[in-house]
Design a protein around this ligand. Structure first.
Ligand code: BES
Ligand code: ZN
Ligand code: ZN
Length: 501
């Protein structure tokens, strides 16, 4: 889908459908809706007077005015109360528009750009483009009949003076959205068709489709069993052992900063399928465990977005990719693993595999890159789904400054994150009798003990852990996403990386 700026008059612009907006409880006066209303003989105002439409959040009114404007259809989208409107709601408001366009098999949409209290034009444009890109996403690789797609989504800005910032915002949103959709395809892919080498192949193709200047700043390396053995990454080796598909360590560098400038490391869980291993999961819902690599896909997509945006930072993504399978060669409960860092871990459940591979990836990132900041994202615990549901990701860390930057990035990107404490008292729960640590901490505070386990490997490096188990995949349409992969936490991280200093 092309996302474009048009400077001009929405009344005269021709598309399959034009979109204007309406806040709840307001008169149809100024703005694009007012102009369209006047041009089509007051049809919007009369629909509101008769109670066909109120401007409530998510509400839509489709008109076929016949004359008065250049386009055949007008869609009025309700935005709810003006005082509650945010940039992220602007993004979410595009989903019902795309739903209608899909049903009618429309090819082109031209939309007014709604404003809101205190939302800068560039920010509004960024969220608008994101909304178009994200809500136009559909995974139809395995469908014989492909979904009808909108080919062109134009945003109409009548004021020439705003063309610069609006164009910049639209380009930003389109770049982030494109990267997110690239990652969503990986998450949605069936597990037999995306095993560790498949994820590695996708990572190698990560620069494809970017402008040459951006692609030139990316370097992807993939390591196999030999290197993983040589580096004594006992966690990755143990988890990968049960599968015929050998593990991979994917390292994607983006050099957007000055040479020699400190790295930001992004570590993402890349379990391409999590059966639980010998501690086998029950069958119900196991098919969903193809999304256990959503953290890894998210970190790779963040590299793609950073390059697309031209972010001036050096960023490296480290993704340990394994398939967690039960077999005669699988690791066992009771095994003690020596990790890359030298610490030993007693395995109590082979289903708590994410922390084992992440611990080695974190140790690798610290040793190789000495990052100034490190963030990991993982579909790590079912406990996080219980605690925060599919609205908010869990956040933990060892550095107040980094945590507060993530909180800010979360607020301005709209990707919700909430902090859980890593109090020292929790350490007791993951102390082992036979080794240094055990890989589960009992039934209490499961998200925290998983985070605490990772903290033991981050050392002094400022680090934040994001548990995205609840938010990486949604069963129901929610928060502007169709059911399926969400691409979390790419919006949060691009916002964090975009910040100066
Ligand atoms: N991949 C799962 C966590 C998960 C659960 C993600 C549900 C998404 C939805 C992880 O590897 C796992 O199995 N964790 C266990 C840990 C337990 C054995 C301590 C869990 O949460 O049950
Ligand atoms: Zn597991
Ligand atoms: Zn897992």
């Amino acid at each position: 889908m092309k996302i474009e700026l048009v400077v001009g008059d929405i009344l005269r612009h021709k598309a399959d459908m034009i979109v204007v907006h309406h806040f709840e409880g307001e008169k149809t006066a100024g703005g694009a809706a007012g102009g369209v209303n006047a041009a089509i003989g007051g049809a919007i105002a009369s629909a509101m007077r008769d109670g066909d439409f109120h401007g409530k959040w998510g509400e839509t009114l489709l008109l076929r005015p016949g004359k008065g404007i250049a386009s055949p259809r007008v869609l009025v989208a309700g935005l709810g109360k003006r005082a509650k409107f945010t940039a992220d709601l602007l993004r979410q408001s595009v989903l019902p528009v795309m739903r209608i366009a899909g049903k009618l098999k429309l090819k082109s949409i031209a939309s007014a750009l709604p404003g809101g209290e205190g939302i800068e034009p560039r920010t509004a444009a960024r969220f608008a483009a994101l909304g178009a890109a994200l809500s136009g996403y559909e995974y139809d690789r395995y469908k014989s009949e492909k979904a009808s797609r909108v080919e062109r989504f134009q945003w109409i800005e009548p004021r020439r003076a705003l063309a610069g910032p609006v164009k910049a915002g639209l380009d930003e949103g389109a770049a982030i959205g494109e990267a997110i959709n690239w990652g969503r395809d990986l998450v949605a892919c069936p597990p037999a068709d995306l095993r560790p080498d498949g994820l590695a192949r996708a990572a190698r193709a990560l620069p494809k489709g970017l402008r040459a200047a951006a692609a030139g700043k990316i370097r992807v390396r993939v390591y196999g069993r030999n290197e993983i053995e040589a580096w004594k990454m006992g966690g990755i080796l143990a988890v990968g052992k049960g599968s015929e598909a050998p593990p991979r360590l994917i390292v994607a560098e983006y050099r957007g900063g000055r040479p020699g400038e400190a790295w930001t490391a992004l570590i993402g869980k890349g379990v391409t399928f999590d059966t639980g291993g010998i501690s086998l999961k029950k069958w119900e819902g196991m098919e969903k465990m193809k999304y256990d690599m959503a953290g890894g896909a998210g970190m790779l997509a963040t590299i793609r977005a950073a390059a697309g945006l031209g972010i001036r930072k050096n960023v490296v993504a480290v993704v340990p990719a394994v398939e967690n399978m039960p077999s005669g060669t699988a690791f066992r409960p009771g095994d003690v693993i020596r990790m890359m860092s030298g610490k030993t871990v007693e395995v109590l459940s082979t289903d708590a595999e994410g922390r084992l591979i992440l611990a080695d990836a974190i140790a690798f990132a610290v040793k190789r890159y000495r990052p100034a900041a490190m963030v990991d994202a993982a579909t790590l615990t079912g406990a996080c789904v219980v605690a925060l549901g599919s609205v908010t990701m869990g956040m933990m860390g060892n550095d107040e400054r980094l945590l507060s930057r993530m909180r800010e990035a979360s607020a301005s990107s709209g990707e919700k994150a909430w902090e859980l404490p890593l109090h020292e008292e929790y350490f007791e729960q993951i102390k082992s009798d036979i080794g240094d640590l055990k890989n589960i901490g009992g039934p209490e505070a499961g998200t925290i003990t998983a985070g605490y386990f990772l903290k033991e490997f981050a050392g002094d490096t400022p680090w934040v852990h994001l548990d995205i188990a609840g938010v990486a995949w949604r069963e129901k349409e929610r928060m502007g996403y169709a059911p399926g992969p969400t691409g979390v936490p790419v919006r949060l991280l691009t916002q964090y990386l975009s910040r100066e200093g």
